[in-house]
Design a protein around this ligand. Structure first.
Ligand SMILES: NC(=O)c1ccc[n+]([C@@H]2O[C@H](COP(=O)([O-])OP(=O)(O)OC[C@H]3O[C@@H](n4cnc5c(N)ncnc54)[C@H](OP(=O)(O)O)[C@@H]3O)[C@@H](O)[C@H]2O)c1
Length: 246
């Protein structure tokens, strides 16, 4: 299999917005091993440098905040040709419907929807014909949970964006969306280890696969989304069976 992916990705320029952490970083590592040229982008220079050291392979870094429209435009303008764009950058806000502060709700839509929208729009002029864009939503879009109504809604918005854009870019580029279930990444670093491991055990135990995801599980799906030339307008549920569990 890796030969198929190597053939498809060797020498290709893949830009991963959110590539300094979690699933984006795992995708960067996997694609580097397949011979792709990688650019990772995110806000923190320290995270970018640490990730670049970990990924190796001459990965390029770019300090970009997707919510800064002018900054995104300037960065995209000097990127050069891009074969595949992956956008895993986001931040999430949890809170009950009545209690979630409006500013937190707006900030989440900025980071998880508007930011990826702007990144895709500004990189599009340099996306090569036949390239792809891969967005990230999350299982809550279709399995909402109490206390995460806003997060559920923003995930659904990202999926609609991917499907609509797949139509707009017909014949030019493919557009898909990865919808992960719970995946053990740096996104949960602020929790205590005990709380985090307890959450992983509880959620993992409820899933048909019996565990939460690893970043590499999702990276495999991103590689598939980038390389499968018959895949567009799709939402790939990589969730350990979360959508079909009780
Ligand atoms: N982990 C899960 O359980 C889970 C479940 C369902 C869906 N998802 C979704 O899957 C995607 C990847 O999640 P993950 O767990 O891999 O996340 P993560 O480890 O927290 O990584 C997020 C990345 O996005 C960057 N980022 C955040 N805001 C940004 C901004 N405004 N501009 C540019 N870069 C920004 C971060 O770096 P900087 O801090 O340097 O900017 C980091 O590189 C996200 O869309 C997330 O919502 C995750």
């Amino acid at each position: 299999m890796s030969t198929v992916f190597e053939t498809a990705l060797k020498g290709k320029h893949i830009v991963i917005v959110g590539g300094s952490s979690g699933m984006g970083k795992a995708t960067a590592k996997m694609a580097t091993a397949l011979g792709a040229k990688i650019t990772i982008a995110s806000r923190s220079a320290a995270k970018l440098h640490a990730a670049a050291d970990e990924i190796g392979g001459g990965v390029q870094i770019a300090q970009v905040d997707t919510t800064d429209e002018t900054g995104v435009r300037s960065w995209a303008g000097v990127l050069g040709p891009v074969d595949h764009l992956v956008i895993s950058a986001s931040s999430a806000a949890h809170g009950a419907f009545a209690d979630l502060p409006t500013d937190d709700l707006r900030a989440m839509f900025e980071a998880k929807f508007i930011g990826p929208y702007l990144a895709a729009r500004e990189v599009l002029p340099v996306l090569v014909k036949g390239g792809s864009i891969t967005f990230f939503s999350g299982v809550l879009s279709r399995r909402p949970s109490a206390g995460a109504t806003g997060l559920s809604a923003v995930n659904a918005a990202v999926e609609a964006l991917a499907k609509g854009l797949a139509l707009e870019l017909s014949g030019r580029a493919r557009v898909n969306c990865i919808s992960p279930g719970m995946v053990a990444t740096e996104a949960y670093a602020a929790m205590s280890e005990e709380a985090r491991e307890g959450m992983y055990a509880q959620v993992g135990g409820s899933l048909p696969v019996g565990r939460v995801g690893e970043a590499e599980d999702i990276a495999q799906a991103v590689i598939m989304a980038m390389t499968n030339r018959f895949l567009t307008g799709s939402v790939l549920d990589v969730d350990g069976g979360h959508l079909v569990r009780d």
